[in-house]
Design a binder for this molecule. Sequence first.
Ligand code: ADP
Ligand code: ADP
Ligand code: ZN
Length: 216
Amino acid sequence: MNVLLLGPPGAGKGTQAKRLEEAHDLVQLSTGDMLRAAVTSGSEIGKQAQVIIDRGELVSDGTMIAMIRERIQNPDCMKGFILDGFPRTTAQAVALDLMLSEMDRRLDHVIEIKLDDGVVVERITGRFSCANCGTGYHAKFKKPKRKGICDACGGSEFSRRKDDNAETVTSRLEAYHRQTAPLLPYYQASGALSGVNGMADIDEVTHQIESVLEAA
Ligand code: ADP
Ligand code: ADP
Ligand code: ZN
């Protein structure tokens, strides 16, 4: 099963992708995570991407398509994948369709996690993660069970993304509406699109996604 999660920054794509990965034995393909790994490694792509990410704009289609093309051909993706953060433009969506048809594969479900613009800033500015294992948290909505200690690994160091600030979020949201939202009618036409309410609590969103996956 191959799933695509769509939604604005802070919708819960990463949070839900992690849960689906475990529940259905799928591979999460997060282009945001791949780019952040490239930044950390100090590669040429990472250096160029960092400037763009920090402005809240989109990295070029050519770079992103090449990145996903290489990753999706990895044998671990044969068991099924969850795309989180790609495609973000129509050009990326068209390239993905072509890639998948060449591999004789397809997207089984495209799920839009719907979130009002008004709550995006609160979601993003409260987001942090464990510096050791990457588990995601939120200052208000998903605190570690014991203050300052990661639920998953017991670590006590946490980090925040540099682009998770109120100014950058405005550009990211603008990029979402202008460049990514046109994918909704694109996938609606393909018949694969469903929507879930991203304003509900984390467990309820998971429940709604599971209902979509069971339906078809
Ligand atoms: P979010 O959690 O806000 O949805 P991501 O972690 O998916 O953000 O992406 C962080 C940043 O990385 C984006 O703001 C953008 O600059 C870049 N990025 C990630 N995926 C893509 C993509 N498919 N196309 C272009 N830029 C991307
Ligand atoms: P995305 O990958 O779409 O940018 P994340 O999964 O990183 O979004 O979630 C953004 C922030 O909001 C994180 O801090 C996460 O813990 C929190 N979060 C995710 N889903 C919900 C939800 N349904 N209700 C409240 N907070 C949530
Ligand atoms: Zn941890």
